[in-house]
Design a protein around this ligand. Structure first.
Ligand code: NDP
Length: 249
């Protein structure tokens, strides 16, 4: 993040941005922040009440009206993502940004003790679902002027660590997908693709991973939004294939 970066108030005006896992945690904060900066945000997630609450907050604040798109990423197949693409095309006629944020932690165990069911779930939700969704949405992103795709990684997606199992492997996979897509799509279609490691952030996932920790030691999701805004706005339109840390000191 450029040290002097400040998001312009309407830096996402006229953009349509899809956020996965938009009902809670970092995804909720990103959806609200994108809407505050002028974007029409498509709220994708699995718990409709949570998505509705974010939708209502956006409406109450007077930001551009959002849309809700419930999907359970564990069960969704390619045809569901094609339907998603068709719906966005029909309702909005464009897609400028895609924040892959939804994720599951899975079992905090050694690989020796990780069950195949848990491995499958984590790899599917965290890695296969973003692959399928991105593939279905690429044509619309290619048609946008300066499309941005952000993949959400983790420190354990850059350096493996004991007990982080399938979660860490899925994040390594996302980093690989980021690098490949960045090479394939930027020159050809002007779609930039980058990854963010949010760093320790006050959410349900963090509390589950570190039950003994005082949650207040970590920043709220709102605090890490400058990087999310930078990468989604045209301020970063030449930035591609890079790994970012939202809390780099
Ligand atoms: P939360 O658990 O608070 O939120 C995760 C979101 O993903 C929720 O909205 C959840 O929906 C959604 N989600 C999970 N599974 C599915 C599914 N099968 N289908 C649809 N939606 C689903 O996590 P965080 O906000 O903490 O994490 C966001 C991202 O940041 C994740 O990718 C995580 O790996 C990453 N990250 C977080 C860190 C942290 O300290 N918080 C550190 C490093 C990385 P619902 O609420 O309905 O269950």
């Amino acid at each position: 993040l450029p040290p002097d970066f400040v998001a312009a108030p309407q830096c996402l005006e006229n953009k349509v941005i899809l956020v996965t896992g938009a009902g809670d945690g970092i995804g909720r904060a990103a959806a609200l922040s994108y809407a505050q900066h002028g974007a029409t945000v498509i709220l994708l997630g699995r718990t409709i009440e949570k998505l509705e609450a974010v939708y209502d907050e956006i409406e109450a604040a007077g930001y551009p009206q959002a849309a809700i798109y419930p999907v359970h990423l564990r069960g969704a197949a390619m045809k569901d993502y094609e339907e998603l693409a068709n719906t966005i095309e029909r309702e909005f006629g464009r897609l400028d940004g895609l924040l892959h944020n939804a994720g599951v932690l899975g079992q905090r165990r050694t690989l020796a003790q990780t069950t195949v069911d848990s491995w499958d779930e984590v790899l599917h939700v965290n890695l296969t679902a973003p692959f399928m969704m991105t593939q279905a949405l690429l044509p619309m992103l290619a048609a946008a002027e300066n499309a941005s795709v952000i993949l959400t990684s983790s420190s354990v997606g850059r350096k493996g660590r004991a007990f982080w199992g399938a979660y860490a492997v899925s994040k390594f996979g996302l980093e690989g997908m980021m690098q490949i897509l960045a090479e394939e799509e930027f020159e050809l279609n002007n779609i930039r693709v980058n990854s963010i490691n949010p760093g320790a952030t006050q959410t349900v996932m963090r509390r589950t991973a570190y039950p003994g920790e005082n949650p207040q030691n970590n920043p709220l999701p709102e605090v890490i939004m400058p990087l999310y805004l930078y990468l989604m706005s045209d301020a970063s339109k030449t930035v591609n294939g890079q790994q970012f840390d939202a809390q780099s000191k």
